[in-house]
Design a protein around this ligand. Structure first.
Ligand SMILES: [Ca+2]
Length: 265
């Protein structure tokens, strides 16, 4: 997912001030100096000792930068997008998973209003139902993207959120995610993980590598974004627009509606 969440603290820090001095860089050479400069920024945003330690221990992620530099902007047709994402497999597996565990998905719909098809289609599209959750340390990835000059302002709130998650014990500096720091079964960016994370299995902690927690958090995301329980999510229906909150790409929104309906059907 790519929606941004501007935390109040991050927003305040984007205003020019003595603490907004950390200079970005386009190579690894300035990263260590940048971290030193960023420590007071993080402290002033309320980050505690665990989060600060994770920041200090962050490594410049060359994997992240090569993935970021390699991103191509292209436009797929809906048909091509669904083919590339493997929609047939996602629908088939989604239906199986729903049939195997109907009470779990029914409980998500009871609590958050979001039908199984939407949750399962996202789970399939984002990580192949948890098969591919990434190979990069989350804090290092997000710190690298915040240091990198290309999109510092976008990633800084996510870095602060990641450090809050470390303070809370929801992730550690060793937690692995995708190249841009997306976490867990449905690939929440840290700001969204912080804002929408819930404890789905009731064990007292929020763990995005746990399927129940990640999927409940995903359902909670839609509930908080205005999902109307019992209403449809196909084009022209009240929840169709809410799908776009997850991913701004129209083909993603369309594919999600189609796959969701096929899984739910
Ligand atoms: Ca849990």
């Amino acid at each position: 997912m790519r929606p941004s969440l501007v935390l109040a603290a991050g927003l305040a820090l984007t205003l020019a001030g003595p603490l907004h001095a950390a200079g970005c860089g386009n190579t690894s050479s300035g990263f260590e100096a940048w971290k030193v400069e960023f420590v007071p920024v993080a402290k002033s945003a309320g980050i505690g000792s665990s989060g600060i330690a994770a920041l200090k221990g962050a490594n410049y992620s060359t994997k992240t930068i090569s993935a970021d530099r390699g991103q191509k902007s292209f436009k797929y047709s809906l048909e091509k997008f669904m083919q590339v994402r493997g929609s047939d497999v996602i629908v088939a597996q989604g239906r199986k998973r729903k049939a195997k565990n109907p009470e779990f998905y029914a409980s998500l719909e009871r609590q958050y209003g979001v039908p199984a098809g939407v949750i399962l289609a996202i789970h399939g599209m984002e990580t192949g139902f948890g098969a591919v959750m990434g190979d990069t340390q989350v804090v290092s990835a997000i710190a690298t993207l915040t240091y990198d000059c290309r999109r510092s302002d976008f990633f800084q709130p996510h870095l602060l959120a990641a450090l809050v998650l470390v303070d809370r014990g929801e992730i550690t500096s060793a937690t692995i995610g995708a190249r841009h720091g997306e976490i867990g079964h449905t690939q929440f960016l840290p700001g969204n993980a912080l804002a929408y994370g819930v404890d789905g299995d009731g064990d007292g902690r929020i763990d995005f590598a746990d399927m129940a927690d990640a999927l409940a958090s995903t359902a909670n995301f839609f509930a908080q974004k205005g999902w109307k329980p019992g209403k449809g999510y196909q084009p022209g229906e009240p929840n169709y627009a809410v799908l776009k909150e997850w991913n701004a790409a129209s083909v993603y929104q369309q594919a999600l509606a189609i796959m969701g309906a096929q899984i739910d059907g």
